[in-house]
Structures are given as structure tokens and as C-alpha cells.
Ligand binder design. Structure first.
Ligand code: NAP
Length: 267
């Protein structure tokens, strides 16, 4: 059983972050560039702005139409890179298809790359960072534990695997080419399962789990009723399972604020 819910954990951490921000010589400033008109992105951006407000940081939204030219977007990033009043820059995904995500990620100054996407960044990407911070609070004993990461995306699966390796877990990464038989084998032996594949209720009762296992559900999917649900069905027979909604999304947002404060401290 978790010692506290993720909501309680986030509230507690935010109190401490507010105190850190109040002690800084300047207000941390995040710029969010959004070049899409997706309602899901609007909701994520609203959440990030609210989080900044709550800890006393400043967030500026640079909202661009989806027809924005790539050069214009890169120019905006260059402007914010130069702006000494800006500590962190994030570019909300997805980008319109005519804009190269790779170019955009490389354009953000690594010192301001609070999403942790640039190859030279020193920031840990937010979703893996948020997850590990929470598991640490819950006393998960990473060293020598069998961790299975389902999904190998650049923003979740791969950095998650790397971070768990740095915590001395035995890490196995599974993906769409892994056979169902192998998935069942690795899942049955896992102490920690991080599932990030975007498949509604993929982890269910057809798999066997260690009763002591922890499942971290990163997936965000809509069910038939349009409700947000994860990659795992609720109530699996394990020691701890993070909910969706009210789970990893909150941890990811918390980690972004932490990265922003780190950036602001080194301004
Ligand atoms: P992504 O880029 O679409 O990658 C999905 C990964 O899952 C791929 O590596 C794919 O394998 C693998 N996969 C797909 N179907 C699979 C299957 N049946 N069995 C095993 N692996 C399978 O996804 P993402 O950006 O990492 O996001 C994953 C999910 O997390 C989405 O629902 C997304 O909305 C959510 N998300 C949540 C947060 C949060 O803060 N809560 C943050 C980011 C993402 P291949 O590489 O072989 O194609």
C-alpha cells in the first residue's frame, strides 16, 4: 500500500518547492511554446501554468497557430534562448507535421531545456524523473530489482530504462516486436513494471504478477465512455499500482517545476 496518494505527495512537494522559490533572488520563468490547436495540449498547458502559479514561478504561453512555419518557430526559440529573463523553455508536443520535432528539440538551449529532450541537456526528462522521485518516496528498493519497461519511446521508455539502470535495477525493455510469450515471462518476474505504450488496459488479468510488484501506469487513453484510463486495468493483484488519472501525469508536471527551479538556480 502506498504511504500517501500521488495527489498528497505532489501537494507536499509543492509546499517545499514554494519555499525554495521564495528564497530565490528572482522568480523562475518558464516559456511554453504551443504550435497546435489540440484540446489535449491545451489541457496539459493549463496544468503546467497552474503548477508554476502554485509554487510562485512565472509561466508565459507563446501560442502559435498550427500553420506556423518551421523557421518562425525556430526563430522564437532562439529569441527565448537569448532572453536572460527566461529560465526554461518547453515546446508542447505534438508539433504540426511540417515541423521537424528533432530540429526543434535541438534548437532549445540545453541550459534551458527543462523537458530534458536535448542530447546535451543535464535535465532528466520529466516523466521518468517524476516516477523515480515518487518511487523513492515510497521506499522502492531499486538496487538489484527486476524492472520491466513496456515501450521504448524517446520521451518515456528509453529515458526511463536509462534512469532505472542508473538506480541499479536489472532493466528489460519490451516493445511491439516482443512476443506475447516473452512479455508474460518478463512481467511475471518483475518487481517494477512501467507501462508506457498507449494501449487501453493492456496489462490485465491474463498476465501473472508478483504480489509484491509495483505497476507504474504512464498510459493515457480514452475508454468507450470518453474517460481517461491507463495502459493497465485498475485493481491488479500487486502491492502498488498508480492510478490514471491522478497518477503519472501529476508526477510529470511536478518534475517539470523541479527542473525549472534547478534552471533558475543556475541562472
Ligand atoms: P509512443 O511514442 O507512441 O511509443 C509507444 C511505445 O509502445 C513504442 O515503443 C511501441 O513499440 C510500444 N508498443 C506499442 N504497442 C505495444 C504492445 N502491444 N506491446 C508492447 N509495446 C508496445 O508513446 P509515448 O510517447 O512513450 O507514450 C506512451 C503512452 O504514455 C501514451 O498513452 C501517452 O499518452 C502516455 N504519456 C503519458 C505521460 C504522462 O505524463 N502521464 C507522458 C508521456 C506519455 P515500438 O517501438 O516497437 O513501436
Amino acid at each position: 500500500m502506498p504511504s500517501m496518494t500521488i495527489k498528497e505527495f505532489v501537494a507536499k512537494e509543492k509546499e517545499q518547492l514554494s519555499a525554495e522559490v521564495a528564497a530565490l533572488p528572482h522568480i523562475p520563468h518558464l516559456v511554453i511554446i504551443q504550435a497546435n490547436d489540440s484540446p489535449a495540449s491545451d489541457a496539459y498547458v493549463r496544468g503546467k501554468i497552474k503548477d508554476c502559479d502554485e509554487v510562485g514561478a512565472r509561466a508565459t504561453l507563446c501560442l502559435l497557430p498550427p500553420t506556423t512555419e518551421e523557421d518562425y518557430l525556430l526563430g522564437k526559440i532562439a529569441e527565448y534562448n537569448e532572453d536572460e529573463d527566461v529560465d526554461g523553455i518547453i515546446v508542447q508536443l505534438p508539433l504540426p507535421s511540417h515541423i521537424s520535432e528533432a530540429k526543434v528539440k535541438l534548437a532549445v538551449d540545453p541550459k534551458k531545456d527543462v523537458d530534458g529532450f536535448h542530447p546535451l541537456t543535464s535535465f532528466v526528462p520529466c516523466t521518468p524523473k517524476g516516477i523515480v522521485d515518487y518511487l523513492t518516496e515510497e521506499g522502492f528498493p531499486f538496487v538489484g530489482k527486476n524492472a520491466v519497461v513496456l515501450g521504448r519511446s524517446e520521451i518515456v521508455g528509453k529515458p526511463m530504462a536509462k534512469l532505472l539502470l542508473s538506480k541499479h535495477c536489472n532493466v528489460t525493455v519490451l516493445h511491439s516486436r516482443t512476443t506475447e510469450e516473452d512479455k508474460a515471462f518478463y512481467i511475471a518476474h518483475a518487481d517494477l513494471i512501467v507501462v508506457a505504450i498507449g494501449r487501453l488496459g493492456f496489462l490485465d488479468a491474463r498476465f501473472k504478477y508478483k504480489p509484491s510488484a509495483v505497476i507504474v501506469d504512464v498510459g493515457i487513453n480514452r475508454n468507450e465512455e470518453g474517460k481517461l484510463r491507463g495502459d493497465a486495468v485498475a485493481g491488479l493483484p500487486v502491492a502498488l499500482q498508480t492510478p490514471v488519472p491522478g497518477g503519472v501525469g501529476l508526477l510529470t508536471r511536478l518534475a517539470l517545476v523541479k527542473n525549472l527551479i534547478i534552471a533558475a538556480k543556475s541562472r
